[in-house]
Design a protein around this ligand. Sequence first.
Ligand SMILES: Cc1cc2nc3c(=O)[nH]c(=O)nc-3n(C[C@H](O)[C@H](O)[C@H](O)COP(=O)(O)OP(=O)(O)OC[C@H]3O[C@@H](n4cnc5c(N)ncnc54)[C@H](O)[C@@H]3O)c2cc1C
Length: 417
Amino acid sequence: MTEFFATGQLPDEYQQLAKTVADFAKNVVAPVAAEHDANHTFPYEVVAGMAEMGLFGLPFPEEYGGMGGDYFALCLALEELGKVDQSVAITLEAGVSLGAMPIYRFGNELQKQEWLPQLTSGRALAAFGLTEPGAGSDAGGTRTTAKLVGASEATGDVTGASEATGDVTGASEATGGGSGGEWIINGNKQFITNSGTDITKLVTVTAVTGVTDGGKKEISTILVPASTPGFTAEPAYNKVGWNASDTHPLTFTDVRVPEENLLGERGRGYANFLRILDEGRIAIAALSVGAAQGCVDESVKYAKEREAFGRPIGQNQAIAFKIARMEARAHTARTAYYDAAALMLSGKPFKKHAAIAKLVASEAAMDNARDATQIHGGYGFMNEYTVARHYRDSKILEIGEGTTEVQLMLIAREVGL
Ligand SMILES: Cc1cc2nc3c(=O)[nH]c(=O)nc-3n(C[C@H](O)[C@H](O)[C@H](O)COP(=O)(O)OP(=O)(O)OC[C@H]3O[C@@H](n4cnc5c(N)ncnc54)[C@H](O)[C@@H]3O)c2cc1C
């Protein structure tokens, strides 16, 4: 996709993909969603089904086991899954956009060959370890350290970057340079998706690897195989929603990995992760649009079926207008992510548009979930109802991959404030 498509006017291949994923969501995901949510279990069988369909490889070239599609295709798949089950959708989003994409964007050829075929096939998951107990929105406050020992040569063209400058360039072939040394990693990460499943094979972490010439923290990104001694995925969180998605705190105690596990250029770790988050916001927007639309679809159905005072509740203008407003929110949010994806894929600046898409789509999901629950009355408060899950699940859309306030900060900066 390098152009903007009107909603409902997608080229055949995108329409077919959306339909295939919608069928999968209806026939495979929906029947088990309430059970996995209630039991807080990871839906391995659903993930295997998505893997078989090639969804984990959607935006990657075939040479790395991918489907040769693009990021917009991933977004369409996330929208369809998000209508039915946000936990499943975020498992895919985090697996592709946060897990595999950093390696595709910033890895050297050896790293790509080693990791991408496993990740794009969905046989393995990688996690994205940025957030720490003391560093969330202000992720540059990273305290996790990685010390290089036994290296044959010093390396490091160190440049800083921040959410403020958005100064990010890829370093696809860059490595740390020397070899024979080891990184020793110590610290903690928090709220990391897909980090403790039976198929989690890798966590990519940001860590402080030194001090820049300007006296700032030098933050780099390092690949940590999940089997490395000293790495622990602590017990899973007890969350408000996304109960079937896997989220853990992580500890690193003298974790030793080869020097070659540096991902991208030394000192560019934070900058590279910010680029990944810019893209990820489009994906989260697509997932959010799915949630918002799922709430519309459930509400339309229910408003036609449920009778009160002798007629379907949808015949009351108060209910019809509520649903009309929900539809308008989902639609405008969809156009926002289509637009951001088109800019990104045509190589144009897209930071502001991704932030806008994430902002309006996550709010649409939360607002629609609240309205859909209201329309469902007491049943809307029962966990087995899809809208009840959306009510609990949608809140995190306004927090993860940059809070609403962070999106507003980015947009404000982009308009010159
Ligand atoms: C279920 C789940 C999954 C997650 N998955 C991942 C993952 O896979 N990888 C990963 O690295 N992280 C992950 N996260 C972390 C997530 O990205 C962070 O929680 C989020 O970025 C916010 O950081 P924080 O929780 O530290 O909140 P804080 O940064 O402490 O923010 C607290 C509040 O203060 C506001 N605030 C902060 N600074 C400002 C400011 N300057 N102006 C105005 N308001 C401000 C925030 O918007 C927020 O409302 C996940 C979180 C959850 C809950």
